[in-house]
Write a protein that binds this ligand. Structure first.
Ligand SMILES: [Zn+2]
Length: 340
């Protein structure tokens, strides 16, 4: 009897392997488990056996029947799945939490800055990141021999014909020239964007960083206007009144040039670790646009005047969120990013 059962089992296993559709599967089921099926017949013959034989064969045939049914059911669901009828959705499993992304801290600060300047009627302007030597240096009153040119360690592009010589812009100021070439004053713009310097990185220096350039030109735009605009900007950005302080400084494209210090956001001027106990944060360079820069843009410097300023987006974000190291922004470290 054992041989017979094994024989049927082997035959069935071989047959079910070749089944490709539900119809043939049903035929197979009838062939083995139907009223006149092979396994059914075996069961029917049990009653002709002696008690001894029955005791031995009975459980064996029953096991074969159960196994066959299981294999048929499994095959049926496999066929259905391969047709895409049944997806294995268990509606009782708790749902997967969808992880929603969020803005990078630099993007948050940039959005704030855009919003604030827009509300003060500034336009937001864009410019190319690959610049010509002319727009990055010459038009901004930084001629070849000028010592200030050394202040910007520059990424020059490899060119077969270097005319004009191309570079990755070292500041957003070239956009001033590009904008003035195609627009008539009066106007006020900001230019947020990426800038590049070929220099060693440390906690406050990065190769790639972001600047926000500002330019306002009109008949009688003065540093007093600048002081108001910038004070109002910081008030809206940090949500409190903060003093600003001007110190004379030098940038080739402004005359006079200024360093702008902001009353320390954390200690309010008393002195703390953020401001190095001075009570002030160095925050940007600014000044009145140099007549040479107006001339490069074909404006009459006797007719127009204006202020320009530039600050680092990273610097603002570091102050706002108390971030100790500029390199964290581009680190890709989720422990950092997920805090915002
Ligand atoms: Zn402080």
């Amino acid at each position: 009897m054992g041989t017979k059962v094994q024989e049927i089992k082997n035959k069935f296993l071989k047959a079910i392997e070749g089944i490709k559709d539900a119809k043939s599967l049903e035929d197979l089921r009838i062939q083995y488990l139907g009223r006149k099926g092979e396994i059914t017949n075996l069961l029917k013959h049990l009653k002709d056996m002696s008690l001894e034989e029955r005791r031995h064969a009975g459980p064996m045939i029953q096991r074969l029947k159960i196994e066959t049914e299981e294999l048929l059911n499994k095959k049926l669901s496999d066929l259905a799945k391969s047709r895409g009828d049944i997806s294995e959705i268990d509606i009782t499993i708790p749902g997967k939490k969808i992880t929603v992304g969020h803005y990078h801290p630099l993007s948050i600060v940039e959005k704030d800055i855009r919003r604030i300047f827009k509300a003060m009627n500034f336009s937001i302007v864009d410019g190319p990141e690959i610049e010509t030597e002319y727009y990055n240096f010459d038009a901004l009153n930084i001629p070849k021999s000028h010592p200030a040119r050394d202040m910007w360690d520059t990424f020059w592009l490899k060119q077969s014909v270097p005319d004009p010589r191309l570079l990755l812009r070292t500041h957003t100021s070239p956009v001033q020239i590009r904008y003035m070439e195609t627009h008539e004053p009066p106007f006020q713009i900001i230019v947020p964007g990426k800038t590049f310097r070929f220099e060693a990185t440390d906690a406050s220096h990065e190769i790639v960083f972001h600047q926000v350039e500002g330019l306002m030109v009109g008949k009688d735009v003065s540093l007093a206007n600048f002081k108001f605009v910038i004070q109002e900007f910081f008030k809206r950005l940090f949500g409190k009144n903060l003093e600003v302080r001007f110190r004379p400084s030098y940038f080739p494209f402004v005359e006079p040039g200024l360093e702008v210090d902001l009353q320390c956001v954390k200690c309010g001027g008393k002195g703390c670790n953020i401001c190095g106990n001075s009570g002030w944060l160095e925050i940007m360079g600014a000044g009145m646009v140099h007549p040479k820069v107006f001339e490069a843009a074909h404006y009459n410097p006797r007719e127009w005047q204006g202020f320009a300023f530039g600050f680092g987006l990273e610097r603002i974000a570091m102050i706002k969120y108390n971030i100790p190291d500029i390199r964290l922004f581009n680190s890709g470290d989720l422990r950092f990013i997920n805090q915002f």
